[in-house]
Every structure is written in structure tokens, then in C-alpha cells.
Design a protein around this ligand. Structure first.
Ligand code: GLU
Length: 508
């Protein structure tokens, strides 16, 4: 790639960023970094009615958490700012005017009620109302009205919109717009069936379509990488570029993210129903105060989320599944993104989380664990780190640690009933008393010595291994689980070990 790659992530602040939006941001980020280009954040907030308080900050926090810093954008600026469309308001009108002057756009004065009546009328006849070439001359606009009437309406301050003339019947019914999408190959759209979309409104605001292409042009965006749901807008965007005589960026429309069943688009409801978040961070709705779960707060590591998201629609063409961010940048290619929908598998993200947990240092994990449990604040973090090292192999989340390791911190207060029945038989008490004597006389209390002493005693007395180790484990843990018994004894220390054996023989 010779040109200076510039891509943008252009969310609308209408709520929390969906996990699919994070995937779009990630693919933009990977592509930019792979080509030493720029990753730009642009906030598309032209639709003031859908603006949601806090959404922009949420988007920025989510990108930060996912380790995708943007090179230009709100808060940090850049050479092509401002990066919020609401702050660029005065920029768009001139292009709408230019399109009117060149005959590519026109004023339309149809009221909401009139349009509604047309829609209902059509519906009643089993048709859909489309505002375009076939009826525009019969509707209330500057193509059907006289120049004087239009002027009078504008001067009277009547509400209007500016519509883009999508198709000219003079071109014939076979006229098409085609272009190449990096992911989908050649795409062709029949112009005749497309509508004359609104590009500007009399409140002085452009619609998404105009603002989007004006900004992509002014910000020198080279590649537009966005979700498949924007594919239907593509012909109109191309037509706008052509009408303005601008260079057209390259396009890549990413595949939809599908429900875990593979049928239909993933929605927030699927997450609620099946118990997984569809947002990167927790979100509190500013109006209803409803809280939506986030991957971060649910205990997922950013690395796991990133690795997982990268595979939603992309694959490296090899068997390798584990990629850190640098490796993703290195391996990523838009040409390897599929066009068919990507199934969202919530178990797979857990699998990645388990992996990235093993990669983290015990010290880091210990600190996270300590923060989650008030009980641990008084305990030496080095001890916690050793515990973490013994149990993390069985954990997916830091929040799993307590269940897997509480016995390293507190003595069991009860014993698993089924396990007790299995482990405590006649003669068990006498065996444990003997074991206590051995432990008591063990001086150095290392894992190795304990093992030698106890195992040696078992073999020389011809006792079944399980007859000793099972009740011993139950006494120390309260259940038949956990890592090596000798490790547990070593960790909790001699006096605690003896106390627990004593407790068990007294209770069971
Ligand atoms: N503002 C649009 C969105 O919310 C951007 C679409 C695009 O990238 O062109 O997704």
C-alpha cells in the first residue's frame, strides 16, 4: 500500500457501544497499524434526537480498555478536526448547496403528514412508498414547483429538506452503480429502485449520509471499514462522491455478528437470555437507570476480548488461534475477512479468558483477587500470589479464585457430606492421629520432606494410599478437591495443618 492509510471509526453516540462496534473499531485499528496509518475517531452526532448523555465518554473508555488508542479525535484533536460532527455543523451546508446548483439535489417541502398519508395510501394498495424519480415531479419540491414558489417558501422560512437526486430516468432503467468492496468483491446496485434520500434539513443539520461523506473526504479517509448494515447506503455514498467530483475511498463492509445459534443478528436480548454481556463495559442508562453488563466488569481480560473479536469474521488462514495485539496487527488482512455472518460463541470467549489468565503473572492476579475480597486485604500479597499459582489453571475468572482457594485462607467449617462418607471409615481416626504425629515431628516442613515422610509411612505399613490421602484432604479442604495435599500443608503451615486434622477427627 503506497498511500498514507487513514481510517476512521465513526460511531453515533446513541447509547453504549455494542460489541459489534468494538469489532469494527478493532478491524479499523488493526488495518491502520498494519499499514503505519492513522486511526481516527469521529463522533457522528448529527441526529440530536438520538443523542444519549455519556455515550461518547463510554465509546472513548471502551477503546481505551481495548487498547486501541486513536491518533486523532475528540479530546486529543488532530489536523482535520473538529472530530464531532455537531461542531462541524457550518461545514456541510455549502456542499448541499453545491449539489443543488449542479442539479444533483433539490428542496422538498412535503410535510411529515403529507408523507405519512402517501405511505398509508401505498400500504393500503400493498405497495411501498418510495420518494424518487418515479414520483418526485408530483410531490411538493423544487422540481415540481416554480422557481418563484420555491423562493417564496424559503424566504417565508418554511421547513424543508434537501433530497439527493439518486436516479435520472434519462439514464434508462438499467443504469447501475457498481464498485469494488474489499471483502465482497464487485457489488452492483440498480439506481432505479433507490430512493432520493434526505441529505440536509432546515434545522441546519446534515443527515448521516452527507456528513459522513463530507467528513470522509475532508479528513482524507482512504478506507471505509464498517458494518454490513451500511452496505445499502453504499450506492448513495458513491453517487454523492461522483456528484461532488471527489475521489472515492475504498470500502470494506464487515460481516454481521450472528446469535450463538447462528440464526439472525446478535442482539442485547440474546445476551440477557443466555447470560453474557454484549457491551465491552458496564453501562447505566441515564434515563431508566437500567444497568447492562460489560465484559470488563464481568471479569474478562481485554486481551481475551480482543483476540476473540478478531476472529469474528477474520481468520489467519492457519490453525493458530491465540494472537496478542501485536501479532494481530502483523497478521491482519482485510482480504481474509469473510463476507458471511460470524457466529458469536460466548463459550469461546471464556476459553480465551482462561488462556490469558495463565499468561498473567501471579502477582498481578493476586492484586486483582485481593481487591475483590475484603477478607484478603490483611493477607500478604506474596502468599496470595503463591495460592493463585496453585489454582489458576482451573480458573477462568479472577472471581473463580475464592471458590478454588478459600481453604488456603480459612479452615473448613463444614465437610462435604458425600466426601465424608467416602473418606471417613472405621480406622480413619487412628490413621489421622498417626499422620499428625509424623507431621509434628517433621522439622523443615517442606513439600518434599512431608511427602517423603507420609508416603514412606504409608508404604511401609501397607496402607491403601486413598485411605490416608482422602481423609487428609477432606480435613484440610473440607471437600475432595484442590491441588496437591502436600502443597496445601506446606502453604497453610504446620500448626494450621495439625489444627485442621484435629478438627476433622473431632467432628467426623
Ligand atoms: N455513524 C455510523 C454508525 O453509527 C457510521 C457508519 C459508517 O461508518 O459509515 O455506525
Amino acid at each position: 500500500m503506497t498511500k498514507n492509510v487513514r481510517v476512521r471509526f465513526a460511531p453515533s453516540p446513541t447509547g453504549p457501544l455494542h460489541i459489534g462496534g468494538v469489532r469494527t473499531a478493532l478491524f479499523n485499528y488493526l488495518f491502520a497499524k498494519k499499514h503505519q496509518g492513522s486511526f481516527i475517531l469521529r463522533i457522528e452526532d448529527t441526529d440530536q434526537t438520538r443523542y444519549v448523555e455519556g455515550a461518547e465518554n463510554y465509546i472513548i473508555d471502551a477503546l481505551k480498555w481495548c487498547k486501541m488508542p486513536f491518533d486523532e479525535g475528540p479530546g486529543i484533536g488532530g489536523d482535520y478536526g473538529p472530530y464531532r460532527q455537531s461542531e462541524r455543523k457550518q461545514l456541510y451546508k455549502q456542499y448541499a448547496d453545491e449539489l443543488i446548483t449542479s442539479g444533483n439535489a433539490y428542496y422538498a417541502f412535503d410535510t411529515a403528514e403529507e408523507l405519512d398519508a402517501h405511505r398509508k395510501d401505498h400500504e393500503a394498495n400493498g405497495k411501498t412508498f418510495i420518494y424518487n424519480w418515479h414520483n418526485r415531479l408530483k410531490l411538493n419540491n423544487s422540481l415540481s414547483l416554480s422557481a418563484e414558489d420555491v423562493q417564496a417558501k424559503l424566504e417565508a422560512g418554511e421547513d424543508y429538506v434537501i433530497r439527493f437526486k439518486m436516479h435520472d430516468p434519462k439514464e434508462g432503467s438499467h443504469s447501475t452503480i457498481s464498485t469494488k468492496d474489499i471483502i465482497r468483491g464487485h457489488v452492483t446496485f440498480k439506481k432505479e429502485v433507490l430512493d432520493d434520500k434526505v441529505i440536509f434539513k432546515s434545522d441546519g443539520m446534515p443527515t448521516y449520509h452527507l456528513a459522513n461523506i463530507v467528513d470522509d473526504h475532508l479528513m482524507k479517509i482512504t478506507h471505509v471499514i464498517r458494518g454490513e448494515e451500511w452496505l445499502p447506503s453504499l450506492p448513495m455514498h458513491i453517487a454523492l462522491y461522483q456528484a461532488l467530483n471527489w475521489d472515492i475511498p475504498e470500502f470494506a463492509h464487515l460481516p454481521l455478528i450472528l446469535k450463538p445459534t447462528g440464526k439472525g443478528k446478535l442482539s442485547k436480548r440474546d445476551g440477557d437470555k443466555l447470560g453474557f454481556p454484549v457491551f465491552p463495559l458496564e453501562w447505566t442508562d441515564p434515563k431508566s437507570n437500567e444497568i447492562s453488563r460489560g465484559y470488563k466488569e464481568d471479569g474478562y481480560f481485554a486481551d481475551a476480548v480482543i483476540n476473540f473479536l478478531a476472529f469474528l469474521g477474520w481468520n489467519p488462514g492457519t490453525e493458530q488461534e491465540l494472537f496478542n495485539l501485536e501479532e494481530l496487527i502483523e497478521a491482519f488482512e482485510l482480504e481474509r475477512v469473510n463476507k458471511s455472518g460470524a457466529r458469536f460463541d460466548p463459550d469461546k470467549i471464556k476459553w480465551f479468558n482462561h488462556h490469558y489468565m495463565q499468561e498473567q503473572s501471579n502477582d498481578d492476579l493476586a492484586q486483582q483477587f485481593q481487591k475483590q475480597h475484603a477478607y484478603l486485604t490483611e493477607i500478604d500479597v506474596n502468599y496470595i500470589a503463591m495460592v493463585v499459582g496453585l489454582v489458576k489453571e482451573r480458573a477462568t475468572f479472577v472471581s473463580d479464585f475464592w471458590d478454588l482457594s478459600h481453604y488456603f485462607f480459612t479452615a473448613p467449617t463444614e465437610y462435604d457430606a458425600k466426601a465424608s462418607k467416602k473418606a471417613f471409615k472405621e480406622g480413619t481416626k487412628a490413621i489421622l492421629e498417626q499422620v499428625s504425629t509424623i507431621i509434628e515431628s517433621n522439622e523443615n516442613f517442606t513439600v518434599e520432606e512431608l511427602q517423603n515422610d507420609i508416603k514412606g509411612w504409608i508404604t511401609s505399613n501397607n496402607i491403601g494410599f486413598g485411605q490416608v490421602m482422602m481423609p487428609l484432604r477432606l480435613a484440610l479442604v473440607g471437600a475432595l478437591q484442590g491441588p496437591d495435599v502436600f502443597e496445601i500443608m506446606f502453604m497453610i503451615g504446620k500448626s494450621e495443618t495439625l489444627k485442621r486434622i484435629n478438627n476433622a477427627t473431632a467432628t467426623l
